[in-house]
Design a protein. Structure first.
Length: 251
């Protein structure tokens, strides 16, 4: 897709021995691949795209878990399982009809849809004592309320909310950290990727994060745009053509 952004007055380096600059009226043409739409002066499209796959974990908890192989309903999502330092979702906890819990690894998850989570088969659910996932914390029942402290020893607050960005290859978590309920209203809450984690306490009470987490984003939309915006994933070709002296530039 190619389109023109419009006319702009630029100072363009001149040619010849003088090297003087002159003012030229130019038209920008930006060409890029893919179906993303862009309007000059507006990041609404990028923001909408980057927020599209971000969900609060409570939106996933309670969702039906179905077997792709048999179409059986196996249960419902009880919690999400987090790798505390790389920030990825490593699996799910599933509650079955008798209210007991089983674990399913991310390799066994076929898809996470708006109405159901599809796992490969009935055998995808494994008892906790037979799964390596038991060593990892749950998002809602293991991370919410955990104290967050930097490598330099500064307490940032507690994890108040957990969000997840769902992708086909991997799903990444985002933490909202605040020291009081007023922090969010006052814009003092911090949002940062769970991959900022450096160490998680054995008693699940404390998470150490990198020092630069102190400069985290103040809004969920801001970190979504920074981490997941499609504008960061393509390199546009900019064609600059002047209407003065038939001179043209291509970058």
């Amino acid at each position: 897709m190619k389109f023109s952004v419009g006319w702009r007055d630029w100072r363009v380096p001149g040619s010849g021995t003088t090297g003087a600059c002159y003012c030229a009226r130019v038209r920008l043409k930006i060409a890029f691949d893919g179906g993303s739409h862009f309007r000059e002066g507006s990041g609404k499209s990028d923001l909408s795209t980057s927020m599209k796959n971000i969900q609060h974990i409570d939106d996933l908890i309670g969702r039906a878990v179905l077997s792709l192989g048999s179409a059986n309903k196996l249960g419902q999502v009880h919690d999400l399982i987090v790798h505390p330092t790389n920030g990825e979702m490593v699996g799910l906890s599933v509650e079955i009809s008798d209210q007991s819990h089983f674990l399913v690894s991310k390799e066994e998850i076929h898809s996470i849809g708006p109405d159901a989570v599809m796992v490969q088969s009935d055998q995808s659910l494994v008892p906790p004592d037979q799964s390596q996932l038991k060593a990892f914390p749950f998002a809602r029942n293991g991370l919410v309320g955990v104290k967050v402290i930097t490598e330099d020893g500064k307490l940032l607050g507690e994890i108040a909310n957990v969000y997840v960005h769902i992708e086909e290859t991997k799903s990444l978590f985002i933490y909202e950290v605040r020291s009081s309920i007023l922090d969010k209203l006052l814009g003092h809450a911090l949002y940062f990727p769970a991959s900022s984690g450096c160490a998680f306490a054995d008693d699940a009470s404390r998470l150490v994060v990198s020092n630069d987490t102190e400069r985290a984003d103040r809004k969920l939309e801001a970190i979504a745009s920074r981490l997941f915006s499609p504008s960061g994933s393509f390199n546009p070709r900019v064609s600059v053509r002047t209407v003065n002296n038939n001179t043209s530039l291509l970058t």
